[in-house]
Write a protein that binds this ligand. Structure first.
Ligand SMILES: NC(=O)c1ccc[n+]([C@@H]2O[C@H](COP(=O)([O-])OP(=O)(O)OC[C@H]3O[C@@H](n4cnc5c(N)ncnc54)[C@H](O)[C@@H]3O)[C@@H](O)[C@H]2O)c1
Ligand SMILES: O=C(O)[C@H]1O[C@@H](O)[C@H](O)[C@@H](O)[C@@H]1O
Length: 237
């Protein structure tokens, strides 16, 4: 049985049509199973009996300050991983391209997920910490932990600045199921479509997860950019 945390959020809403019917959707918001994962007891209840956990619950704004990013991403993930212990054989953690946001420069063509993390904002720093917690968990318990550095998922493709990080609904569903079935102990992958020109290298996701992105943002007519709405994030400054 699959447990999806943040099961009523934006990404989960994209994924839901492709999730197994017995998936448990855990969220603070009423609608699914209403649990607060920041409470270790409720987190334990959430993951009880799970064969796999897809951890999407978070505070996702790239403009947030460190204290909310730390609580909503790092602390929440640590509580979740503790609740899983060695009992959940498969965990997929949502990270973000903001973990690598300072590589995103006009003069840089393809960004490798294997380079040293270089976050652009507190949110990105918190996602690097999430990935490190994931790695430690995989090594400690011998379970599979996969980190997906998602691009832009569940947002309309209406700004040029998200063209290279766009993750179509179809590719998001395929990537999630690939990650949830892969034979990998630990890995970190960019979750973007086959956008051209490519900026975020998905070669390792293709080789290790069997990810085959089908969509390309360049096939769409995208209007001019609006000013970036997250002033504390330096990815586009
Ligand atoms: N949407 C994107 O384009 C995108 C891009 C990169 C990374 N991500 C990451 O993917 C994940 C999902 O993002 P999203 O866009 O769906 O965000 P979202 O805010 O729409 O969904 C997150 C959900 O988690 C729930 N949640 C938060 N704290 C909780 C708690 N303590 N207990 C239970 N539920 C809690 C929220 O109620 C919300 O429904 C996040 O980790 C985010 O950082 C998303
Ligand atoms: O990484 C993230 O969560 C966010 O990154 C921003 O730059 C994107 O515009 C937004 O779509 C993503 O939700």
């Amino acid at each position: 049985m699959l447990v999806v945390t943040g099961g009523l959020g934006r990404v989960a809403t994209v994924l839901r049509p492709a999730l197994p019917p017995d998936t448990r959707l855990i969220d603070l918001r009423p609608g699914g199973e209403n649990l607060d994962l920041s409470d270790p007891r409720q987190a334990a209840e959430a993951v009880h009996g799970a064969d796999a956990v897809l951890h999407l619950a978070a505070t996702p704004s790239p403009g947030q300050d460190w204290s909310t990013a730390y609580q909503g991403n790092v602390v929440l993930t640590e509580i979740l991983l503790r609740a899983c212990g060695g009992r959940v054989p498969r965990i997929v953690l949502a990270s973000s391209i903001h973990a690598m946001g300072l590589y995103h420069r006009p003069d840089r063509e393809l960004i490798s997920p294997e380079w040293t993390p270089w976050p652009c904002c507190a949110y990105g720093v918190s996602k690097v910490a999430v990935e490190k917690l994931g790695r430690r968990h995989a090594e400690r318990y011998g379970v599979s932990v996969i980190c997906l550095r998602l691009g832009s998922c569940g947002y309309p493709l209406d700004q040029r600045r998200i063209a290279d990080m766009w993750l179509s609904d179809r590719d998001a569903r395929h990537l999630a199921s690939a990650a949830l079935t892969a034979d990998v102990e630990f890995g970190t992958y960019f979750g973007v479509s086959a956008n051209t020109p490519a900026r975020w290298d998905t070669t390792n996701a293709q080789a290790e997860l069997g990810y085959r992105p089908a969509d390309d943002s360049s096939a769409f007519d995208i209007p001019e950019d609006r000013p970036y709405e997250f002033p504390d994030c330096h990815m586009f400054s």
